[in-house]
Design a protein around this ligand. Sequence first.
Ligand SMILES: *[C@@H]1O[C@H](CO)[C@@H](O)[C@H](O)[C@H]1NC(C)=O
Ligand SMILES: *[C@@H]1O[C@H](CO)[C@@H](O)[C@H](O)[C@H]1NC(C)=O
Ligand SMILES: *[C@@H]1O[C@H](CO)[C@@H](O)[C@H](O)[C@H]1NC(C)=O
Ligand SMILES: *[C@@H]1O[C@H](CO)[C@@H](O)[C@H](O)[C@H]1NC(C)=O
Ligand SMILES: *[C@@H]1O[C@H](CO)[C@@H](O)[C@H](O)[C@H]1NC(C)=O
Ligand SMILES: *[C@@H]1O[C@H](CO)[C@@H](O)[C@H](O)[C@H]1NC(C)=O
Ligand SMILES: *[C@@H]1O[C@H](CO)[C@@H](O)[C@H](O)[C@H]1NC(C)=O
Ligand SMILES: *[C@@H]1O[C@H](CO)[C@@H](O)[C@H](O)[C@H]1NC(C)=O
Ligand SMILES: *[C@@H]1O[C@H](CO)[C@@H](O)[C@H](O)[C@H]1NC(C)=O
Length: 896
Amino acid sequence: MKSSHELLLTALIATFANFHLVQAQNQEGDQQGFISLDCGLSPNELSPYIELETGLQFSSDSSFIRSGKIGKIDASVAWKYPKSRTTLRYFPDGIRNCYNLSVHQETKYLIRVTSNYGNYDGQNVSPRFDLYIGPNFWVTIDLGKHVNGDTWKEIIHIPKSNSLDVCLIKTGTSTPIISALELRSLPNDTYNTRSGSLKSILRAVLSESTKVIRYPNDFYDRIWVPHFETEWKQISTNLKVNNSNGYLVPQDVLMTAAIPVNTSAPMSFTENLEFPNDELYFNFHFSEVQALEANQTREFSILWNGIVIYSPLSPEYLHAITMFNPSPSLCEVGKCLLELQRTQNSTLPPLLNAIEVFTVINFPQSETNDDDVIAITNIKDTHRLSRISWQGDPCVPRQFLWDGLRCNDTDVSSPPKITSLNLSSSGLTGTIATGIQNLTNLQRLDLSNNNLTGVVPEFLANMKPLLFIDLRKNKLTGSIPKALLDREKKGLKLFVDGDDDNKCLSSSCLPKKKFPIMAVALSVSAVVVIAVVMILIFLFRNGKRSSLGNLFPFLVMPQIGITSTSISEESIETKRRRFTYSEVVEMTKKFQKTLGEGGFGTVYYGNLNGSEQVAVKVLSKSSSQGYKHFKAEVELLLRVHHINLVSLVGYCDERDHLALIYECMSNGDLKDHLSGKHGNSVLKWSTRLRIAVDAALGLEYLHYGCRPSIVHRDVKSTNILLDDQFMAKIADFGLSRSFQIGEESQASTVVAGTLGYLDPEYYRTCRLAEMSDVYSFGILLLEIITNQNVIDQGREKAHITEWVALVLKGGDVAKIVDPNLHGEYNSRSVWRALELAMSCANPSSEHRPNMSHVVTDLKECISSEKPMQCMDHDMNSNSSLEQSSNFDTEVVPSAR
Ligand SMILES: *[C@@H]1O[C@H](CO)[C@@H](O)[C@H](O)[C@H]1NC(C)=O
Ligand SMILES: *[C@@H]1O[C@H](CO)[C@@H](O)[C@H](O)[C@H]1NC(C)=O
Ligand SMILES: *[C@@H]1O[C@H](CO)[C@@H](O)[C@H](O)[C@H]1NC(C)=O
Ligand SMILES: *[C@@H]1O[C@H](CO)[C@@H](O)[C@H](O)[C@H]1NC(C)=O
Ligand SMILES: *[C@@H]1O[C@H](CO)[C@@H](O)[C@H](O)[C@H]1NC(C)=O
Ligand SMILES: *[C@@H]1O[C@H](CO)[C@@H](O)[C@H](O)[C@H]1NC(C)=O
Ligand SMILES: *[C@@H]1O[C@H](CO)[C@@H](O)[C@H](O)[C@H]1NC(C)=O
Ligand SMILES: *[C@@H]1O[C@H](CO)[C@@H](O)[C@H](O)[C@H]1NC(C)=O
Ligand SMILES: *[C@@H]1O[C@H](CO)[C@@H](O)[C@H](O)[C@H]1NC(C)=O
């Protein structure tokens, strides 16, 4: 059996023979197949221009990239560099920024990225970042490792399509920079590799000179760096060398050579590889520069880690040959020893003119399907989308997936295709881009909440994989194509809203076909409720706080009705309010002040931008289902807005660190106020009623204002928060879960709720629905009235409902009401509230009112309280001014 080295040897011979067949190349330096970009060239300067130092024609990079900023290196070092390297482009924004170059498919290119820091930013911090070719990692640039903070990286690569992305990736805190981007096409019978691409490690001309050789001396503009060692001696010629093998090694390189000083010693090279498992390719370039006498021979062998792989080799006078290994060699423990050793017959030592070393770099990840790339680019251009993430490959690598896209990318070796496109709320105008029809694997399409005009295109019906289309909240006109409606009948989910002419068909206007009548009924009742509530509040305000009517108009109104809640899709909005963990640390001043313990974690006080106070809930790692709830909470809260619901300012989702940032509710939770934690103050009865109404309005909104409805599932006094005006807002949607009315039942699978507040029917049905919230609200109302613990084993009856029922039998309401109120309430109002609370807390859900009824009833309680309020005012006229300014939500000192 042949050893691998023998195989290598035969291959080398074959390769050698081939060289003589390669046609002579055009030696005129015409720069054909060159792309030379001067990155960051000022727009005021001429482009293209011929660089004096190299004779290369450079162009501005500005039409190949849409992001980044331009910079200039420090004047004190600028003179050292050719013009193209004195300006640069840097990328403070976005993680991935890409150049998109037009290339010839299946053509071999030498790609070179030059980065030259030159203290352009005056910070004296050398950047470190990664380079990618399309979706694949190429190399890390760490300018701190280079003496002058400059370097270039090269790769020999064959693009698989007609466009090529070269991307700079921010990997830490430093800003990626690029000074020049150069492509040189190479003949495809040179620099061959069995697989992958070739990453340059070394290209040296063995010369004592310090002159770097490149274009125009090198036709392909390879950069040959002089390298010489003390054990070597230089020999050279003035005569022209025949270099017409495909490699076109420059004359200057071939006219000098190195030989060992000790003529019997070998010439050796050791390569220490960055990665021990790297496969290595080398190219030796030889040309005899000495005219040998008849009795002289120069004959030597090539050795690989001590083993002869080629022998004998005798370079021809003034004639270039290139030796390389046609299949890659693995080095032992990352170390390779290459030697040239004279044979016994040779009268002269070995000679070498130049050497190139490469490692194989595999690009396993397939680029996104070409047609999809063309289509999405068309969509991007049609709608003039300029998103920072929309650069480079749309789908891969997954961490740089374009915003709003999803792809099937499970198999790296086959091209991903786009499966979901979400351009909701993207400010789109004009007609729907026709490029969409070329996304042949698209399953979800969300174009809602834009200003799209024109008709619903017919082609959507022909896109077989489509399962979901959302076109709501646009300015589309005309009717929905029949073919599309037919698709809907076969299961396509289509969301379209009607225009003024009501051209759309009812089946697509109503939220759900299965639920039309009830939906209408609900919205009618909601309208009635709004009207009643408005009138009541109006009367109430005018009657009591005329001076405040202006301050507090109808902001309280629930925005019942149309919220588009496609809860499953991660919205663009979500990303905007995302904070990093270090920002969270900063805003909480390293978690200095604790506000309390919320569901699943501790809540800290924080400050945003030095002005906005926030409550930061940091989710504990131990909270078992934490992540699931976290996601649910974020998704919900960012979509649901109501004056009586605590609003989410942002969130943090960084590896293990999950945090939710809420608006700060300066007066804490209702429980604390009832239990007297906040000093010696007691909430007045009227204030308590307002809090109850606020909470009821919040819940009513969740139940009827959101579509799909939301069941809170954990209504309790610690989840009712109070702002500085003692307005109540409902918090903690951690356990909320949206559900689709209809096909998916209201049943929830996750055990939830708090003991005592939990709907007793839950134990039987294991389901939590809106009526469960009503039950919990009843318990809350009992707490507000009685200030009793929900469960108290020391009472005659442990559970608050049983206790109230017991005391009520005795007929003494006064015994039930919180003694801290000292009788300062209207008994009629308290009685109505108690009745309402008990009906909410009815063990059977059938007998409970819905939240709309609860709101109406509570409003009536307030009106029955009104005469009492007026009386209060009359009695305490000295405090009326203060009350006005406090919206009737002040606390009064409790008499001890
Ligand atoms: C250079 O060498 C090749 C063969 O290797 C030969 O065909 C060609 O004619 C030579 N060119 C010159 C200018 O001598
Ligand atoms: C990249 O450039 C090519 C050629 O100029 C162009 O056809 C293609 O649309 C561009 N791709 C992107 C994503 O901009
Ligand atoms: C080499 O390149 C030429 C064009 O320069 C192309 O026609 C040919 O197919 C390529 N050969 C191979 C083996 O890739
Ligand atoms: C020259 O090289 C040979 C072979 O490596 C070695 O044996 C010899 O000692 C060397 N001579 C000198 C003077 O270094
Ligand atoms: C080779 O021949 C030349 C004369 O042509 C002579 O001077 C020289 O010594 C010879 N060298 C050897 C190694 O025989
Ligand atoms: C050395 O030279 C002799 C005569 O020139 C030749 O026969 C022999 O094969 C050569 N040996 C090697 C190892 O090349
Ligand atoms: C994506 O799906 C398309 C069509 O089903 C398929 O051709 C392609 O190979 C898939 N790509 C991956 C990476 O799974
Ligand atoms: C639609 O356009 C108007 C006017 O330019 C703008 O105010 C509004 O925000 C746009 N709506 C959406 C959803 O982009
Ligand atoms: C869609 O694909 C067809 C056929 O592949 C092509 O002719 C057309 O130009 C493409 N349209 C867009 C907008 O990409």
